[in-house]
Design a protein around this ligand. Structure first.
Ligand code: ZN
Length: 345
């Protein structure tokens, strides 16, 4: 979270991801489009369990220099117009040059970005000047919880599985340019990079919307603004969560349609992969706080840890997928026999 990124400019957090993988002996590679694919395949014959999250966050891409200390920035990502107020502090990257938002130029969400005149830098993008990372009162505050929380959850789960020498087949897909219409995920899905029998879980931080409550556990996300995800795969996650609740006094989970945005699950599902989704509730979604103020996002530490817990457990339960998802049909069959007896009498 110390490494700012916007769509198409994700090199810095991606380097962190690759460093963490190398430190923990997780094998990884970049695909042709610069997405990172991480593998932990200690039981390669098991059905692949794919965990997907993205590196980028809404921000400004520099289009061109306008003059001394003045650049034209194109905003990429979903932030309502009312939030773009002149004078908001920005950070020009690379170099972390202090800057501020100038006037709007034209109708395409382009803005002047103003900094101290300097010849030394040629900035590529700019982000809101907000705190990189802090933990206060059980919450993580950061410019970009979305979706570095998801990325961190993938790495934490895979590191934990490796440490426990778990017999799993997990593939992490850490993608680029989600905020402009999941470009990275579309490229991964279309490339046939993932085996056709994969179960894909899209991981997000997602705007806190009723009925979910921040701090009340990881969310099994039944759908997004665009799609409803696979019912059987969702039930699998519910079975895993129920088992974790029986085993642990502190584990909590919620189940909800998170309709605030469209997530990568829609991209994976549309190419025919079985797909479900998991998220944690997000405050100040896309840095949008009350009164049209730009502020850091935040998530609950317990929810974030709960997400890792659920992913670790689900990775290990993939070998029991048929048994866990077969419980409901078996129960319905039993009910059918009773129903026929009673109804025909
Ligand atoms: Zn987002």
């Amino acid at each position: 979270m110390r490494c700012p990124a916007v769509p198409y400019h994700e090199a810095a957090p991606r380097a962190e991801v690759e460093k963490i993988c190398a430190e923990h002996g997780l094998s990884y590679k970049r695909d042709a489009y610069g997405n990172v694919i991480v593998r932990l395949q200690t039981a390669p014959k098991q059905r692949p369990f794919v965990l997907a999250a993205h590196l980028d966050h809404p921000g400004f891409e520099i289009v061109r220099r306008l003059g001394k200390g003045r650049w034209l920035g194109q905003f990429l990502g979903g932030v309502p117009d009312t939030y773009f107020r002149r004078g908001i502090p920005l950070r020009l990257m690379p170099g972390a040059l202090p800057a501020k938002l100038g006037r709007r130029v034209g109708s395409k969400r382009q803005f002047e970005i103003l900094a101290k005149p300097t010849d030394a830098t040629s900035p590529q993008f700019a982000v809101w000047e907000l705190e990189d990372f802090a933990v206060r009162q059980q919450h993580i505050h950061s410019r970009a919880c979305d979706d570095l929380g998801g990325v961190a959850a993938i790495l934490a789960a895979m590191i934990e599985l490796k440490r426990k020498r778990a017999r799993v087949n997990v593939i992490g897909v850490i993608s680029r340019a989600e905020e402009v219409g999941f470009h990275g995920a579309l490229a991964v899905a279309a490339a046939g990079e993932l085996p056709k029998n994969s179960l894909v879980i899209s991981l997000e931080t997602s705007r806190e919307l009723p009925p979910v409550k921040m701090g009340q556990g990881v969310i099994i996300r039944v759908g997004d603004r665009t799609s409803i995800f696979d019912s059987t795969a969702t039930r699998f996650l519910m079975e895993v969560a129920a088992k974790r609740k029986r085993q642990s006094k502190t584990f909590q989970s919620q189940r909800a349609l998170m309709y605030g945005g469209t997530c990568e699950a829609t991209a994976y599902q549309e190419v025919g992969l079985q797909t479900a989704a998991v998220c944690v509730a997000l405050g100040n979604y896309h840095n949008c706080a009350d009164d049209n103020k730009i502020a850091a996002e935040y998530v609950s530490v317990a929810d974030a840890c709960g997400m890792v817990d659920l992913l670790v457990a689900a990775s290990r339960e993939m070998r029991n997928y048929s048994r866990l998802t077969g419980k409901l049909p078996a129960q319905l069959n039993k009910m059918l026999r009773a129903a026929r007896r009673r109804l025909s009498r």
